[in-house]
Design a protein around this ligand. Structure first.
Ligand code: GLA
Length: 334
C-alpha cells in the first residue's frame, strides 16, 4: 500500500476558515508518502525517513496528544479519528519542510488515513483529518489545510466556502508563478495565540452574528476595540478572497498583488499575527521586479510568505505548482 498527500499554500484568506468564511489555497507539488502493509491487530507502527523515533499507536488510542515522539501524535490522531480495523507497519517520507507552515501535519494525516484504508469523499477525509489534527495538537484549527490537501486540482487554486464546504477550482494563469519563502522563524506562539484569536472571533459573533454575513457597519458596533479589529480583519479578508478570485479570472495580476499587500497589512495590524521578520520578508519580495504581491500565509507567528510573480522573478524560497489532492498510489497488498 502506498498513499500520497500534498502540502498546501494559501494564496488568500487567512483566519477566515473557522468562522465559515472564504479561503483560496492550493495543494502543492511537495508532500508526504506512506508505504507499508496491513499487519494483524497489534496497532500501527511507522518510521519516518526524516524524523527520529517510531510511531507506535494502539488501535484503541485514547489521548493522541501524549503520544511520543511528537510527530507520532498526528498518526495517533488519525487512528483515533478513523478507527482502523487492522494494524499497519510502514514508513513515512516527505518532501515538505516540516513545521514551516505548508501543512506538513495535514499531509501526514491524509497520507496515513488513506494508507490505513480510509474510504470516503475528499471532504470526509478532510473532516476526519481535521479532527485528527485537533486531537493531536489541541489547536482548534479550521478545515482549510486538510481540505486543500485532499481536494487539490492540478493547475488550480481552490475557492473554499468553509460554511457550505464547497470547493470551486479556480484556474491559475499560465504566466504566473507561486513562490513560498520561509521566514526562518518557527511558529512558537502559534498554538496558544491561534486559540485566543478564535475566541475573539467567537466574541465578535456573539455580538453581531456570523462574520461571513457581517459588514463593516456591524463591525463598528462591537464594543471591545481588540475584538472589533479581529472582526474587521475577517470581514475584509472574506471580501478580498472574492475580489482575488475575480481578478485571477480576469487575468489582472496587478490587482491580485495589491490584494495580497492589503491582506498582509490586515493580518499585521487588525489580526496581529505577523512578526517583524514576516513583514520584512513580504516587503522585500513585493519590491522585487516581477513580483505582483506577497503576504504571510497560514496561521502567522513565523512560517512562510507566499508571493505571486512573473516566471523566474524570484530566486529565493520554493517555487510551487498546484497539484491534485491526496490519493492512494497503489493498494497492492503485501
Ligand atoms: C492554520 C489552521 C487553518 C487556518 C490557518 C489560518 O493553518 O490549521 O485551519 O485557520 O491557520 O488561515
Amino acid at each position: 500500500m502506498e498513499a500520497f498527500a500534498p502540502g498546501r499554500v494559501n494564496l488568500m484568506g487567512d483566519h477566515t476558515d473557522y468562522t465559515g468564511g472564504l479561503v483560496l489555497p492550493m495543494a502543492i507539488d511537495r508532500g508526504t508518502t506512506v508505504i507499508g502493509a496491513r499487519a494483524g491487530n497489534d496497532g500501527i507502527r511507522l518510521r519516518s525517513a526524516e524524523l527520529p523515533g517510531e510511531a507506535v499507536v494502539p488501535l484503541d488510542v485514547s489521548d493522541p496528544k501524549v503520544t511520543e515522539p511528537p510527530w507520532a501524535r498526528y498518526v495517533a490522531g488519525v487512528v483515533a479519528a478513523i478507527k482502523p480495523s487492522h494494524g499497519f507497519v510502514g514508513q513515512v517520507s516527505t518532501t515538505l519542510p516540516v513545521g514551516a507552515g505548508l501543512s506538513s501535519s495535514a499531509a501526514l494525516e491524509l497520507a496515513v488515513a488513506l494508507a490505513l484504508g480510509f474510504e470516503g469523499s475528499a471532504l470526509e477525509l478532510a473532516q476526519a483529518c481535521q479532527r485528527a489534527e485537533q486531537a493531536a495538537s489541541g489547536v482548534p484549527c479550521g478545515v482549510m489545510d486538510q481540505l486543500a490537501c485532499a481536494a487539490g486540482v492540478e493547475g488550480h487554486a481552490l475557492l473554499i466556502d468553509c460554511a457550505a464546504l464547497t470547493v470551486t477550482p479556480v484556474r491559475l494563469p499560465d504566466e504566473v508563478e507561486v513562490v513560498v519563502a520561509h521566514s526562518g522563524e518557527g511558529r512558537r506562539l502559534a498554538d496558544s495565540a491561534y486559540a485566543e484569536r478564535r475566541r475573539s472571533c467567537e466574541a465578535a459573533e456573539a455580538e453581531i452574528g456570523p462574520l461571513p454575513r457581517a459588514d463593516l457597519a456591524a463591525v463598528a458596533r462591537i464594543t471591545n476595540a481588540e475584538v472589533r479589529a479581529r472582526a474587521r480583519h475577517v470581514v475584509t479578508e472574506n471580501e478580498r478572497v472574492g475580489a482575488f478570485v475575480e481578478a485571477l479570472r480576469a487575468g489582472d495580476l496587478v490587482r491580485c498583488g495589491a490584494l495580497m499587500a492589503a491582506s498582509h497589512e490586515s493580518l499585521r495590524t487588525d489580526f496581529d499575527v505577523s512578526t517583524a521578520r514576516l513583514d520584512e520578508l513580504a516587503a522585500e519580495l513585493s519590491s522585487t521586479a516581477g513580483v505582483f504581491g506577497a503576504r504571510l500565509t497560514g496561521a502567522g507567528f513565523g512560517g512562510c510568505v507566499v508571493a505571486l510573480t512573473r516566471p523566474q522573478a524570484l530566486h529565493v524560497g520554493w517555487r510551487v505548482r498546484a497539484v491534485n489532492g491526496a490519493r492512494v498510489v497503489t493498494d497492492r497488498k503485501g
